[in-house]
Design a protein around this ligand. Structure first.
Ligand code: ADP
Length: 238
């Protein structure tokens, strides 16, 4: 007898999400009725013109910003019913962030920047060192371990930021225009690293303006005025 394989619990499930921003004079609908499901191991790219809601969507998924309406399940957990503290715990344990401007801490060396999430998670020193060494090697940055961010090129800083994002084995990696400040050869190197971690099983959601970057993803959605314009597009095929 054959039983159907049960569908894995989605990493991210957004249902009918709305986000309004208010200023004294206008109400902006940053997200309007957004529904989105991201399965374990998926690599999703989010594209769309400036102001279309990409950052808002990434901030909602990253639990940095709460939607005005709708529901959000992270690995089946009802995120919006959690306390602020429980939500922040869930984020720390499960998410790694990569930003356009790298966001490394200037006063810490590359090694110390990478180590930081493990310090927050109270991982013992010996295990921390072992994992940081392994991450430095994976990102081909061992030779720059004791450099400070200002002593590194943009591409090298982003590789350190990727190491920091993956060091705690997050369920989900969120990348906000990871190549936005890089030239084309460094962009390629950074995208190759994201591909490598995706092939190792990471789930990745990436906002990008670059079609070359979106081509690394399995799936691309396009936003316009806070709604999904194109549900799915394979940029490899276009
Ligand atoms: P994108 O990342 O695609 O450029 P955003 O998510 O930043 O788009 O913005 C979506 C819309 O929401 C835009 O019209 C923007 O002006 C508006 N918006 C974003 N953040 C705020 C805010 N904090 N206050 C008011 N309006 C905002």
């Amino acid at each position: 007898m054959h039983y159907p394989t049960p569908k894995p619990t989605p990493v991210v499930e957004l249902k009918n999400i709305y986000k309004f921003h208010y200023t004294s004079t206008v109400e902006t609908t940053a997200l309007g009725d957004m529904s989105l499901t991201v399965a374990p191991g998926e690599f999703l790219a989010i594209m769309g013109p400036s102001g279309s809601g990409k950052s808002t969507l990434l901030n909602v998924i990253g639990m940095i910003d709460a939607p005005t309406r709708g529901s959000y399940y992270f690995q089946g957990k009802d995120v919006l019913s959690l306390s602020r503290r429980a939500r922040s715990e869930l984020r720390k344990l499960n998410m790694g962030f990569i930003f356009q401007s790298f966001n490394l801490i200037d006063q810490l060396t590359a090694r110390e920047n990478i180590e930081l999430p493990l310090v927050y998670l109270k991982v013992p020193v010996k295990e921390r060192n072992r994992r940081v060494d392994a991450a430095l090697a994976e990102l081909e940055m061992t030779h720059r371990a004791d450099h400070y961010p200002r002593q590194l090129s943009g591409g090298q800083q982003q590789r350190i930021a990727i190491a920091r994002a993956i060091i705690a084995n997050p369920t989900l990696i969120l990348a906000d225009e990871p190549t936005g400040n890089l030239d084309s050869s460094n962009s390629k190197a950074v995208m190759e690293k994201l591909r490598y971690f995706h092939q190792k099983g990471a789930t990745i959601i990436m906002v990008t303006h670059a079609k070359e970057d979106a081509a690394y993803a399995e799936k691309t959605i396009e936003l316009f005025d806070g709604t999904l314009l194109i549900k799915e597009k394979d940029y490899l095929a276009s």
